[in-house]
Ligand binder design. Structure first.
Ligand SMILES: [Zn+2]
Length: 53
């Protein structure tokens, strides 16, 4: 799954990488990685909010 323009640092595209025992987000543009399920959820919610405007 990819969150477009969701990177808090560079506003690049972030990919959600999931393995059986770990999930993390990684920015395709700047390489920023966020190792948190909560962060993933938050990003998804923000993306949803941005869409609803
Ligand atoms: Zn980035």
């Amino acid at each position: 799954m990819i969150y477009l323009k969701a990177c808090p640092k560079c506003h690049g595209d972030i990919e959600l990488i999931s393995y059986p025992d770990i999930k993390f987000l990684q920015c395709l543009q700047c390489g920023l990685s966020i190792d948190s399920k909560d962060a993933a959820k938050k990003l998804a919610e923000e993306k949803h909010l941005a869409h609803s405007k």
